[in-house]
Design a binder for this molecule. Structure first.
Ligand SMILES: Nc1ncnc2c1ncn2[C@@H]1O[C@H](COP(=O)(O)OP(=O)(O)OP(=O)(O)O)[C@@H](O)[C@H]1O
Length: 578
């Protein structure tokens, strides 16, 4: 058994530097409780904890409830991200039974029904969607009446967690001091369920991202927009991790529901891929490690993201990854699985597409595999297939997406582990953190960029080619360094490591090179790079060991492919079905 396989990666769970003040992990309801049917699966529920109304935190932030019709709600909308999101839900059985396309994308307008209408609200209220007035009797999500006022901006210039200081019991203090301090700035982009703007606090000089949904229309799309944003609030308000976008608070005004989030200025992985093309393997490793850290934390709280893809993963200027867009996220209990058909098709796990036996946290691991392929190729997996064909391929074939040849064996192995069709065979996020592809051992000095004249670095390019002097153009200037400085390089001489160093955004002054010679001493020291690590791989991973994994004892529970009936809208894949 490979060493990483059975080991629990405690170090990543809750292993984060932010000072977080969030509620304890969510606990599943007691077994004795009546299993609730999802609103969407009222007819097909068995031991299945409902989608939103109860499985997500009870202390949630209910929205004003528009009247709900008992029919299926399917929302189709496009996305600026060039990706597709699909969710289909049904109130009367399998999502395969009904597909009703009722909406168009983007602009989400929701009008309260009579009962919930905030008539008295003539001015913007510093209140959350939890406000009694709006949730009473018509709450979409729960009957909680916890206030959730507009947050104060962070007080520290560097840590959004400072805003937690204003939290009280998982909510926020009701003092109006911080209200309306955030000023809405320029438009950042549109998602399926709302618009995102920059926010600025002129008193503190801090920025945030403001996600907005209009609350003035009365169609199912708008209700779904509100539901998704509320879902995002419910989940995000419970989380605090450096690799998850930080929630600051939310506010309901007469016209809009606004969610205040940590601002991540680099944009999404999807955007970076569009602008700069595919990432090199060291960057993929670095990003994957951070995505895994976020997922391990999330899954440790029994919460599944359900829409992991490049467009939903943000990158800050230092290369730090932030999982975002928790509109589809859901708390899963130990006794339930999900049946709704949600996610973005190309990144969607087969069991989600099949939508029959339910699925759990491992759908995110599949989507991570797809996201790695996306990072390596700039395209989503299965992109050679159009819409329905792609979904059919995911659900009905035995294939996995094509894995590019240029990736290292570790990378290929990692991707194959994620993309196992049988979800029970997929490693967990925590387990994957121990995989050689992403495992990090921080070495002192990590002189891995310096090759001694006579060192013969192992090639990691798959064809045994040894790097030449030309591979390391900077080497000549280091030829005179003392031998002992190079000795460590022999231990970790992979070519990838070299690329890792050279491709990461590290200033010459914070580079390990500066410790090695006077040539670098003329620089002022820059602060250490927050996400700068020195990946050193064992290279000793034996895929054969994996065959002994305890995860293999479980029988594949996937249904016969023939039982799959493709049910997709006549819409391009840049859409989301609800
Ligand atoms: N916290 C944030 N900081 C900076 N930009 C953000 C933040 N959250 C979202 N964005 C950007 O705002 C735009 C809209 O994001 P949103 O999450 O609403 O939709 P999306 O992920 O692009 O699409 P979809 O909702 O279909 O998945 C995207 O360009 C996204 O990168």
């Amino acid at each position: 058994m490979p060493t990483w396989w059975g080991r629990k990666s405690g170090k990543n769970k809750d292993d984060h530097s932010k000072s977080c003040n969030v509620d304890p992990p969510l606990t599943p309801p007691s077994r004795g409780g009546t299993p609730r049917c999802s609103r969407e699966f009222a007819g097909a529920c068995s031991g299945f904890s409902g989608f939103d109304s109860d499985s997500v935190e009870k202390k949630g932030h209910p929205l004003p409830r528009p009247s709900l019709s008992p029919v299926s709600i399917h929302h189709v909308s496009g996305s600026t991200s060039g990706s597709t999101s699909v969710s289909s839900v049904s109130s009367s059985g399998s999502a395969e039974d009904q597909v009703l396309l009722v909406a168009s994308r983007g602009h989400c307008d929701v009008k309260f029904n009579e009962r919930a209408s905030p008539k008295a609200a003539t001015t913007t209220r510093p209140l959350s969607p939890l406000h009694n007035q709006l949730s009473g009797g018509g709450s979409l999500e729960s009957s909680s009446s916890e206030l959730h006022p507009l947050p104060l901006p962070p007080t520290s210039p560097t840590s959004p967690s400072a805003v937690h200081g204003s939290r009280i019991g998982g909510g926020y203090e009701t003092s109006p001091v911080g209200f309306s301090k955030w000023k809405k700035g320029k438009f950042i982009g549109s998602g399926t369920f709302g618009q995102v703007y920059q926010g600025f606090n002129s008193e503190k000089g801090k920025m945030c991202a403001i996600k907005e949904v209009k609350v003035i229309s009365d169609d199912q799309t708008s209700k779904e927009c509100l539901r998704q944003l509320n879902q995002e609030i419910n989940v995000l308000s419970q989380l605090c991790h450096p690799n998850i976008v930080q929630y600051y608070g939310s506010e309901l005004s007469e016209e809009t529901l606004s969610v205040y989030l940590e601002y991540v200025s680099g944009g999404s992985i999807h955007k970076l891929l569009n602008e700069y093309g595919p990432f090199t393997e060291p960057v993929i490793q670095n990003y994957t490690r951070q995505i895994l850290a976020g997922l391990a934390y999330l899954h440790g709280r029994n919460t599944v993201h359900r829409d992991i893809k490049g467009a939903n993963i943000l990158v800050d200027p230092n290369g730090e990854i932030k999982l975002a867009d928790f509109g589809m996220a859901k708390h899963v209990t130990a006794y339930s699985t999900m049946l709704s058909f949600q996610g973005s098709p190309y990144w969607m796990a087969p069991e989600v597409v099949m939508n029959k036996n339910g699925y759990t946290l491992s759908v995110d691991v599949w989507s991570l595999g797809c996201t790695i392929l996306e990072m390596a190729t700039s395209k989503p997996p299965w992109s050679q297939f159009e819409g329905v064909a792609a979904i059919f391929k995911i659900g009905n074939s035995k294939d996995i997406p094509e894995i590019p040849d240029h990736l290292s064996n570790d990378a290929k192995n990692f991707i194959r582990l994620c993309l196992q069709r049988n979800p029970t065979l997929r490693p967990t996020a925590s387990q994957l953190l121990e995989h050689p592809f992403v495992r990090v051992r921080t070495t002192r000095v990590a002189a891995i960029t310096i090759m001694p004249k006579d060192a013969s670095p192992r090639s990691n390019d798959g064809n045994g080619t040894l790097p030449t002097r030309e591979s390391y153009p900077w080497r000549a200037s280091h030829d005179n360094y003392p031998k002992q400085q190079f000795s460590r390089a022999i231990k970790s001489p992979s070519r990838e490591n070299v690329r890792a160093i050279t491709s990461l955004p590290v200033s010459p002054c914070s580079s390990p090179l500066r410790q090695l010679g006077p040539a670098y001493k003329s620089c002022f020291l820059s602060p250490p790079h927050p996400s700068y690590t020195f990946p050193v791989q064992d290279g000793g991973y034996n895929p054969a060991d994996f065959a002994a994994s305890p995860f293999r004892v479980k029988k594949d529970t996937m249904m016969e492919p023939s039982s799959f009936r493709a049910q997709t809208p006549n819409s391009p894949l840049r859409s989301r079905l609800v």
